[in-house]
Write a protein that binds this ligand. Structure first.
Ligand SMILES: Cc1ncc(COP(=O)(O)O)c(C=O)c1O
Length: 427
């Protein structure tokens, strides 16, 4: 039945529901038991406004909601606790990831922070060794004050993860693909390990997005996103999301969301919803271009190695092919001339690839992790995790592949002229 035809039933749910009940019940959304969603399903998962028929999601700019009597309201009481626009995004991301509950935060780091709040003093996090720099800083410089410790393992090696588990490990934290070395963790195998030891598994799914990979279906307990990246998709907002497989865990996350208050604004919730409408098209197109660039760069004489899970030379290519439907649109590469100076020259010589932190937008970006996103990680630890001095990370956008390739070739030619050729003349 059309949503508007059923509006008399809906109005009961919309206006008479007691405090705490969601604004839009799940009946409005598609059933949860389907596999990865295609673009038709994604588009039709975003509800038409049941009040007015508005095809665009309404933005509810309000801090509070009028109540009939104390505790009797229409599903919302106060804007930090819940907002109808945010609620649509939270249910949408839960559905995209195949989870029971979603929560939207003011940033990806606020989402990560909410998950760490599940722990207690004395607990340990076991994290992948090339963890995103902001998460590294949060774990090692904030949560260490509360006696929550973090240890690291190569998440691409299930045996190394098993060896690093201690009786205090309560949370395993992985990114797959990881940032910026594009390591791949076998999510299903690590989820089995985690379950056998009574440990929660959280996967930062920012790089893959639910279009390519759904960690909850592979056995993870929690997924986090920096929705700043692919979900938003246009480099115009900062947002974070948490999705849990079980409702009970989602309730705890919602408790922290309300108690600590780092919620996503209604307007930014709307921007993320709008970004999700084209998520599938963008991610597939950008991933295809990234594959073309990775293949070409691998042949370049100045390049030492390319990190991209779609290359058959990637150590965990088989795992990536099994657990995701595409390899993503981020790649990184190190130069044979493994110096910061060479990388700096390269990233300041590109014209189409704009020099900026972040990824996942429609415009291609280039960055130098060692001095930008990963500068908070001590150099020895950074290099040991594969983040070499010359490592350059590319976020591939929606430009034409041949324009991007030409741009990289001219930037590499500049590095050759100004550094390598000069050096060989002086030798
Ligand atoms: C993998 C990953 N997770 C989390 C974050 C943090 O997200 P935000 O910048 O939205 O706080 C980032 C940011 O770059 C990231 O790359």
């Amino acid at each position: 039945m059309n949503i508007l035809e059923s509006s008399s039933d809906l109005s009961e749910e919309l206006f008479l529901c007691p405090s705490g009940k969601p604004f839009l019940n799940r009946g409005i959304f598609q059933p949860l038991n389907q596999e990865r969603m295609n673009n038709t399903q994604i588009l039709h998962s975003i509800p038409v406004d049941p009040l007015t028929g508005s095809i665009g999601t309404p933005i509810y700019l309000t801090s509070t909601f009028v109540q009939e009597a104390p505790g009797i309201n229409r599903g919302f009481a106060y804007g930090r606790t819940g907002n109808p626009t945010r609620s649509i995004l939270e249910q949408l991301i839960a559905q995209l990831e195949g989870g029971a509950s979603g929560s939207a935060f003011a940033s990806g780091l606020a989402a990560i922070d909410a998950v760490v709040r599940l722990l207690h003093s004395g607990d340990e996090i076991l994290a992948l060794d090339d963890l995103y720099g902001g998460a590294f800083r949060l774990f090692t410089q904030v949560y260490n004050r509360y006696d929550i410790r973090v240890s690291f393992a190569d998440a691409g090696d299930v045996g190394a993860v098993l060896d690093a588990i201690t009786p205090r490990t309560k949370l395993i934290w992985i990114e797959s693909p990881s940032n910026p070395t594009l390591k791949i963790a076998d999510i299903e195998a690590i989820a089995r390990l985690a379950r056998a030891h009574g440990i929660l598994l959280c996967v930062d799914n920012t790089f893959a997005s639910p279009v390519l990979q759904q960690p909850l279906r592979l056995g993870a307990d929690i997924v986090v996103h920096s929705a700043t990246k692919y979900l938003g998709g246009h480099s115009d907002l900062i947002a974070g999301l948490v999705v849990t497989r079980e409702e009970a865990l989602g309730e705890q996350i919602r408790f922290f969301q309300n108690a600590a208050g780092a919620v996503l604004s209604p307007f930014d919730s709307w921007l993320v919803i709008r970004g999700i409408e084209t998520l599938s098209l963008r991610v597939k197109h950008q991933s295809r271009t990234a594959g073309i660039l990775a293949e070409a760069l691998q042949q370049h004489p100045l390049i030492r190695h390319v990190n991209y899970p779609g290359l058959t030379t990637h150590p965990n290519h088989e795992v990536a092919a099994r657990q995701s439907s595409g390899f993503g649109a981020v790649l990184s590469f190190a130069l044979k001339e493994d110096t910061e100076a060479a990388a700096r020259l390269l990233i300041t010589s590109t014209r189409r690839f704009l020099l900026a932190e972040s990824l996942g937008g429609v415009k291609s970006l280039v960055s130098h992790p060692a001095t930008m996103t990963h500068k908070t990680i001590p150099p020895a630890q950074r290099r040991a995790a594969g983040v070499h001095d010359s490592l350059v990370r590319l976020s591939v956008g929606l430009e034409e592949p041949e324009d991007l390739l030409e741009d990289l070739h001219q930037a590499l030619a500049t590095v050759y002229q100004k550094i390598i050729r000069k050096k060989s003349i002086h030798e």
